[in-house]
Design a protein. Structure first.
Length: 134
């Protein structure tokens, strides 16, 4: 009987074989690499104008909104209600098709939408949007 007890105590240092677990981990890794699909993010399509030397100096409309939500038309403060009249007056005197619109980064979204709504009725104008940093 004594021999049996010694025999049972000698098997305490048994170890677990980690090879099958590593095989499963590598198989799962390969499976996730193969089945992963990458999504291509879509962006804006920009039509770049063809380069041509202009014989006359191009006059563009410049509209920006400062950090206090004050709208400036060609570097002069203007009320939002008078903006479309200013654009119409400018187009009567100058032949241009470009509007450079630069809202400040702290400008409210509603101010930006209001200005874009005032520019929208002029179908022949191309709007370029940037950021305004004084």
């Amino acid at each position: 009987m004594r021999r049996r007890k010694n025999k049972l105590l000698s098997n305490d240092d048994a170890s677990v074989d980690m090879t099958p677990m590593l095989d499963i981990v590598f198989i799962m890794l390969i499976f996730f690499i193969v089945t992963t699909s990458f999504v291509k993010e879509s962006g804006f399509i920009i039509d770049k104008p063809k380069s041509a030397k202009a014989t006359t100096k191009a006059v563009n409309i410049s509209i920006h909104i400062d950090q206090h939500n004050i709208i400036h038309f060609n570097n002069r403060p203007v009320d939002i209600e008078l903006l479309s009249a200013q654009i119409e007056f400018f187009l009567a005197e100058n032949a241009t098709k470009n509007v450079l619109f630069r809202p400040h980064e702290n400008t409210t979204y509603q101010s930006v939408v209001n200005v874009l709504d005032k520019i929208k009725p002029f179908k022949n104008l191309k709007i370029s949007i940037g950021t305004y940093k004084p």
